[in-house]
Design a protein around this ligand. Sequence first.
Ligand SMILES: [Fe+2]
Ligand SMILES: [Fe+2]
Length: 276
Amino acid sequence: MAGKTIRVLCLGDLVGRPGRRGVRECLPGIKAAHRIDFTIVNVENAANGAGIRRKEGEELLGYGVDVMTSGDHIMDYPESLEYAEKEYRLLRPVNYDIPGRGAWIFDPGSGVRIGVVNACGHVFMKERCPTSNVFHATLDAVEKLREETPIVLVDIHAEATSEKVAMGWHLDGKASAVFGSHTHVQTADAQVLPGGTGYLTDLGMTGPHMGVIGRDVEPVLKRFTTNEKHYMKVARGGIRLTGAIFEIDVHSGRCAHVELFSHSLEGGQDDADEGP
Ligand SMILES: [Fe+2]
Ligand SMILES: [Fe+2]
């Protein structure tokens, strides 16, 4: 990490085994090709499309992911909260009143310390636990981390684009980067805001893009056209990793450059029949 900037790769919601396979097979090459110093992946859909357990968490950390963020699906497995309490590299929303950490400072070994905050929006989101106002909680967390390091990145996991855009402006000049997750569709609005905060409304998805936000097309269409509930299997085809790369000045913490990121796994099909 010598030099004046660091390059942080942030990847959108990782879905099931196809997403894990994409990271396993592609992340080492991506890191080398794009000179990546630090990798953040949203993992709230890592276990069969919804939730994260120790099993998937350890697998992903073993592939070279530095920090895992999450969102509304963090409570899908009872063991997830216990895991979040023990594993400091797994963040849960800072505005959720549940075990674990919503913000933390990481030291990848170069002396540069990187703060990461994970937050969950309110608009069109089911509130599954007591929450506090996401704008207040996130700003408080960013300011606290800024006492320790100028480099702070924020994953705002939210449905409404307006809420995410507003969060970008709320934290402009305070956070190094603010990026959205949860919708599984990458947006094209990467920019550096006037105060020096890199911003993207949604990173997109790390998983199978031949489907409906990570699920097989057929059951989703049946659900929409009949209102009946159908089991929605994780899709298999078109494995792609999408997100953004933020280049951040290590002294000021300002974002020098942001670029959209997208990488397809060659072949792109998860062929195994069983298992999550
Ligand atoms: Fe998601
Ligand atoms: Fe989500």
